[in-house]
Design a protein around this ligand. Structure first.
Ligand code: EPU
Length: 452
């Protein structure tokens, strides 16, 4: 497995273009299952999770063609998809276990094909991750759901011997840790083809849901209220094809903002979804980072803004911060680990609390190996800032925890070896090359090279 060797201490400077969003693109790809017409997505990043979804849609009877962009600064490639065989509806465990977003195939497949069999994803490195809310939502729309051999088997009951349709209903998507993002996407997608009106209460308000709703609307769906806690979907009998540009990745943008912050750097991000990052930018500003993003621009422009992040605090260190993860528009769980890396070097005590995935702290023990002073009490970590981190070999079996360790390595004295970067490759396209272009001393060492 590849690793990154990072020699820290270089102040990052320069410009980069934010890629299309992985978490928006994954459920959007499954919209292909809702129509027999072609679905074209642009700005799709070239990532392991996207390749897994590509493979899964192939197994579910879709032709999928991805044209990657050679330009490292392009926001992504073009994905052309079309469902050509609607008889196979089994998302197998072998694919689903590599990528939880596979669960997003359930709603679209059920709504269009009348039946779907999707392996239960099981737990992952950041926690248990149940799908009960997805199943409850689809059941409310009239699906008959059972479990067999670890698979979810969903069917729309037949009516008078004929294939039935899902029925509009009032569905509540809130759980103990807030609304579910992929659950909302699943139910919203299924409801587009249901008979009658569906009202999704306590819907996830994440920008990826808004982007998904806009894609479905462009396909002919009738959806109102996406981005608010109540989404109304008036079912239609058919959806058509679409050519759509995926929103930029707010978590990639937030991570590079942290890279500027932790190295005292000065970065300009293009195609930056500043509008979706207000809580994160607010935390960084509290720490003393300067952010310029044309705050008076209309919202649509703020989703693809030019954003300058400058963290050179003359002769000083960043200030400590308090951050608690919350559903959007609160501070996102997917940036908790990265902000913690920055807080490790702040001048004082920071308090970071994780409320979405309460066990999402794989980075804590690894940061400690680099000299960070961290004290965990349940879902809260007190970060007692230190003047410097020291390079060390580290590893984390989670995407965002790995990004946190790369950030720590960029600022640490000496060499940090981040092992098993395939986790990073799931969510950050060519991160080593992109960091090098900004001045960082990062080398990817492939497994083969490492063995020599
Ligand atoms: N939950 C339930 N029941 C459910 C579904 C979720 O109790 O049926 C709980 C979860 O255990 C968690 C909370 O609700 O405590 C929120 O989970 P959610 O369902 O919103 O997560 P998700 O939709 O599976 C997406 C992103 C994650 C991101 C979360 C939260 C994708 C592909 N994944 O997951 O992204 O952390 O929303 O914002 O969109 C990442 O990119 O690193 C990542 C993990």
């Amino acid at each position: 497995m590849d690793r990154f060797d990072i020699r820290g201490g270089v102040r990052l400077a320069g410009e980069l273009t934010i890629k299309g969003s992985k978490n928006a693109a994954l459920p959007m790809m499954t919209a292909t299952l809702l129509t027999s017409e072609p679905v074209i997505l642009r700005d799709v990043p070239d990532l392991a999770d996207i390749r897994n979804m590509h493979r899964l849609l192939g197994e579910l009877g879709c032709t999928v063609e991805y044209t990657a962009s050679d330009d490292i600064e392009a926001p992504g490639g073009v994905m052309r998809m079309q469902a050509t065989d609607e008889t196979i509806s089994h998302a197998r465990y072998e694919v689903v276990r590599t990528m939880r977003a596979s669960i997003s195939t359930l709603g679209p497949m059920l709504a269009r094909r009348g039946a779907a069999r999707v392996s239960l994803p099981g737990g992952c490195a950041i926690g248990e991750r149940p799908v009960d809310l997805h199943l409850r939502g689809l059941t409310a729309l009239g699906a008959d759901i059972t479990l067999d051999s670890g698979d979810i088997i969903a069917r729309i009951p037949r009516v008078g011997g004929k294939r039935g349709r899902l029925r509009g209903a009032r569905v509540f998507m809130g759980g103990p840790f807030g609304s579910t993002v992929l659950g909302t996407a699943n139910v919203m997608a299924a409801a587009t083809l249901a008979e009658g009106t569906t009202v999704i209460e306590c819907a996830a308000c994440e920008p990826e849901i808004v982007d998904m709703a806009n894609l479905l609307i462009a396909m002919g769906a009738r959806i109102e209220g996406a981005g608010s806690p109540r989404i109304t979907v008036h079912g239609v009998s058919e959806l058509g094809g679409v050519d759509y540009r995926v929103m930029p990745d707010r978590i990639e943008a937030g991570t590079y903002m942290c890279a500027a912050a932790i190295t005292g750097g000065d970065l300009t991000l293009h195609n930056c979804p500043a509008d979706s990052l207000m809580a994160h930018m607010d935390r960084l500003q509290q720490m003393g980072v300067t952010l310029q993003y044309g705050s008076n621009l209309p919202t649509a422009d703020l989703m693809r803004a030019r954003c300058r992040v400058c963290a050179s605090v003359p002769g000083g260190r960043l200030l400590p911060v308090e951050a608690t993860t919350q559903p959007h528009p609160g501070f996102p769980t997917d940036l908790q680990a990265q902000l913690m890396a920055v807080a490790c070097l702040a001048d004082g005590n920071s308090v970071i609390t994780e409320r979405i995935f309460t066990e999402r702290f794989l980075h804590v023990a690894e940061l400690s190996r680099m000299g960070a002073q961290l004290y965990r009490q349940g879902p809260t970590v007190i970060v007692s800032g230190v003047p410097r981190l020291k390079g060390a070999p580290v590893m984390a079996s989670d995407l965002r925890a790995s990004a946190c360790l790369v950030l720590a390595g960029l600022a640490a004295e000496g060499t940090t070896v981040v092992n098993r970067v395939y986790h990073l490759d799931r969510g950050y396209e060519r991160m080593d090359e992109r960091l090098r272009a900004l001045g960082a001393d990062v080398v990817r060492v492939s497994e083969k090279e490492a063995a020599v």
